[in-house]
Structures are given as C-alpha cells and as structure tokens.
Design a protein around this ligand. Sequence first.
Ligand code: ATP
Ligand code: MG
Length: 180
Amino acid sequence: MYLKKIELNGFKSFANKTEFLINPGITAIVGPNGSGKSNIIDAIRWVLGEQSAKALRGSKMEDVIFAGSEGRKQKNYAEVSLVFDNSQGKLAIDYSEVNIIRRIFRDGESEYYINKTPCRLKDIHELFMDTGVGKEAYSIISQGQVEDILNSRPEEKRIIFEEAAGIVKYKNKKKESLKK
Ligand code: ATP
Ligand code: MG
C-alpha cells in the first residue's frame, strides 16, 4: 500500500485545487520557508481524522480553511482527498484504490467519505487500524518525535509495537464486546 495522490482544495494556503501525484519510492517536498510544505503534512493528518486544531498548528478547526490573501477572498470550505494504492489488499476493503475525503465548511462539522460513500470518522479509523497509517500512527514522524518515542514510558512504547504487530483491532473488539 502506498499513497498515490494528494488533492487539496481550500486547505490552508492551497486556495486553488492542487494535486500531487506520488510515485512509489522516496518523494521529497522542497520549497522556501512558508511555501506550504508542512501544510501538506497537516492535510494528511487532517483527512485521516485529526481532531485537534493545535496539532494542525491552528487555534480552531476553521483555521484549516483558506483565510484569504491580498486580492483573494477567503474560501468557505476546505477539502482534502487522498488516494491509496491497495492492490495488495492491506486495507480490508475490496478495491485496488482507496479514496478518503474530508470536507469542512466554516459553520459545520466535518464530512468524511470512503470511495465517495459518506462515512463516519470511526470507519476511517477502523480502515487504517493496524496499518501504520493514521493520524497517530508511525507513518508520520514529526520533528522531535523520535526523541519522544525513545523517552516514552513502556506503556506508551507498547502502543506503537501493538500497531506494528497488527493487534490493535483485536484488542478493540475485545474491549467493545466486554462493554456489551
Ligand atoms: P518552513 O520551511 O518554514 O517549515 P513550510 O513550507 O513548511 O515552511 P507552511 O508552514 O506549510 O510552510 O506554510 C505556512 C504558510 O501557510 C504561511 O504563509 C501561512 O500564512 C499559510 N497559511 C496557514 N494557514 C492558512 C490559511 N488558513 N489560509 C491561508 N494561508 C494559510
Ligand atoms: Mg515547515
């Protein structure tokens, strides 16, 4: 599984619809300070369900919507779309390509879609559980996080190993069935 495409529309500094096509292998994003490199990573976290505005370097969720610039009106919504290659079936869904979309309007809740079908945030969490992809998973390693992991308590380290081992979904199922 790999990330094939990122599409941003009205997300932070990306006022226009902007598409990034990614090939397998290593991709580097380069550009001057303030050109939007980190905004692309924020977009990936956001579409995978990030609920904390602070984690996205804002103060409220509305801050992810293009705020306007000189000669350019603010936008009233933001949308991010990711396309994952799933030809090896790592994601438990019967499609060789999986598209995830999140959209937010200034006055509203977020909408989520898996392959164009509206879904809950929970469905997105479940789809990516145990794959290493996800807003808190190890597929995104931010500045300082390596030190944080090395310095974390054993219980916190264990969470990372459990995700890598692919057993989080079973632990979750156990927890849910014990609740019933
Ligand atoms: P650096 O090399 O310094 O890390 P960067 O390429 O990572 O820079 P970003 O942090 O991604 O840059 O982009 C910051 C820019 O995004 C700032 O100019 C900021 O004004 C702009 N920006 C952030 N949120 C919005 C928004 N909601 N609307 C418009 N512009 C925004
Ligand atoms: Mg940056």
